[in-house]
Design a protein around this ligand. Structure first.
Ligand code: FE2
Length: 427
């Protein structure tokens, strides 16, 4: 059946647009489109219609496990890893599946319809891998889940990790992951990057590595990742995630590194909510922000996305699958406050993330998949400012979720009854 959404705004600033869906794809976008027969017509209310949110970096195997078996007291990455290590032997496949499915419900309600999730392979049972493969199948009709084989305890540091990682790929995990900064030495980290990139080249897979997730200004694994990408001809298929040490690097070295990353067509994923809480924990004052150099990477032509990374798990005690919250934190931490920069923050949780995942048919053009979210906002920056309500979430032309407009009713003398949260006409 066809669907016509009348009177919406688009992220590129067009207003008064109708969007026609036929056979699960966008058939046309324009003003005052004619409705075909048997067409469901919806009023877009002059709100912003965006392609769905995409999370380029998440850990679905750990999500919603907050407090199991205890809470991270120090708030550090290392205590989080230790805590996850305590929880791992107690995991059951059913519990991981149940928590992951629950999170995917949250995601759909928030208009988040594609997630790249790392999955820990440092467990001979591959329990989390089996669980998330099951979840990937179960959510396939409504959410794209891409899995990254992630050796959480270190590829070389954890016995059997390389074999387990290969077994995970054999089972159908999509992307090669890594964690070079968690190996025993800088040399071992570089060796892990080499091995993993060679594995990806052999198998024709993408790479997404946790890289230099520390405050160490001398951490050099992004450099190795860029080098191996070029050496093996993996340009355009490799992503460096976190890259927090870049925040602390010497400016001269960073300028050389960013050029090398651009030359290698590396993509970058920052995880603002997690980076701002986990990093800088060894500092007194001033405390470093610990997020990678998003404006500088973007200026060099590098694709940058923002990920949620964690929700209610050993590393982070908050979160609700809200990629607008992620974009807002990224905007603040990177001081991306110009109008253009705020739009880049919106792109970081939509189009840029979709490109990093390599999603087919993503976007708002005729011929694209009819996947979109109607936001109670007039522009992308207003959506970020208001953490806008997701009025309608649609995938392949099917409505997956609806939400009423969020509104406050006042009882004030001489003032309007309803609060209007919009401001000006930003487009
Ligand atoms: Fe991560």
């Amino acid at each position: 059946m066809a669907m016509l959404v009348r009177n919406v705004r688009l992220p590129d600033g067009r207003q008064g647009q109708d969007l026609l869906v036929q056979n699960g794809r966008i058939a046309a976008i324009g003003p005052a489109l004619a409705a075909p027969e048997d067409c469901v017509t919806l009023d877009g209310g002059d709100w912003l219609l965006s392609p769905p949110f995409v999370d380029a970096h998440f850990h679905l195997d750990a999500t919603l496990s907050h407090g199991l078996p205890r809470v991270n007291e120090s708030g550090t990455l290392l205590e989080g890893i230790q805590l996850w290590g305590e929880l791992k032997p107690q995991l059951t496949q059913e519990a991981v599946v149940e928590r992951a499915l629950r999170y995917c419900d949250w995601a759909v309600g928030r208009g988040l319809l594609a997630i790249r999730s790392h999955v820990d392979v440092c467990d001979d049972r591959l329990l989390a891998v089996e669980a998330l493969l099951q979840v990937r199948e179960q959510v396939r009709p409504y959410l794209d889940l891409q899995l990254v084989a992630f050796p959480q305890d270190g590829l070389l540091r954890s016995p059997g990790a390389l074999e387990n990682l290969k077994r995970a790929l054999d089972r159908g995990v999509d992307v090669v992951g890594g964690i070079p900064h968690h190996e025993r030495t800088m040399a071992q980290g570089a060796e892990s990057v080499r091995l993993l990139c060679e594995l990806a080249a052999e198998r024709g897979l993408r790479v997404d590595m946790h890289c230099d997730e520390s405050d160490d200004p001398l951490s050099r694994h992004v450099e190795s990742l860029a080098f191996e990408t070029q050496r093996l001809g993996l340009q355009g298929r490799v992503t460096g995630s976190h890259l927090t040490s870049m925040h602390s690097m010497d400016n001269y070295y960073a300028s050389k590194l960013i050029a090398l990353m651009a030359e290698s067509e590396l993509s970058a994923v920052a995880n603002p909510l997690i980076n701002i809480t986990l990093q800088g924990r060894h500092d007194s004052y001033p405390k470093r922000r610990g997020m990678t150099r998003v404006p500088e990477l973007t200026a060099a032509g590098i694709k940058v996305a923002f990920g949620h990374d964690c929700v209610l798990d050993p590393w982070y005690s908050l979160g609700s699958a809200d990629m607008l919250e992620v974009a807002a934190m990224g905007l603040h931490v990177a001081q991306m406050t110009s109008r253009e920069a705020m739009r880049l923050c919106f792109d970081a949780v939509t189009v840029n993330a979709a490109r990093i995942l390599g999603l087919e048919g993503y976007g708002l053009e005729p011929g694209c998949q009819a996947d979109f979210v109607l936001l109670q906002a007039r522009s992308p920056e207003e959506a970020i400012r208001l953490r806008a309500a997701r009025l309608l979430v649609v995938r392949r032309g099917q409505v997956l979720s609806r939400m009423s407009c969020s509104e406050a009713r006042l009882s004030l003398p001489g003032r309007p009854e309803r609060v209007d949260w919009s401001f000006g006409a930003p487009n």
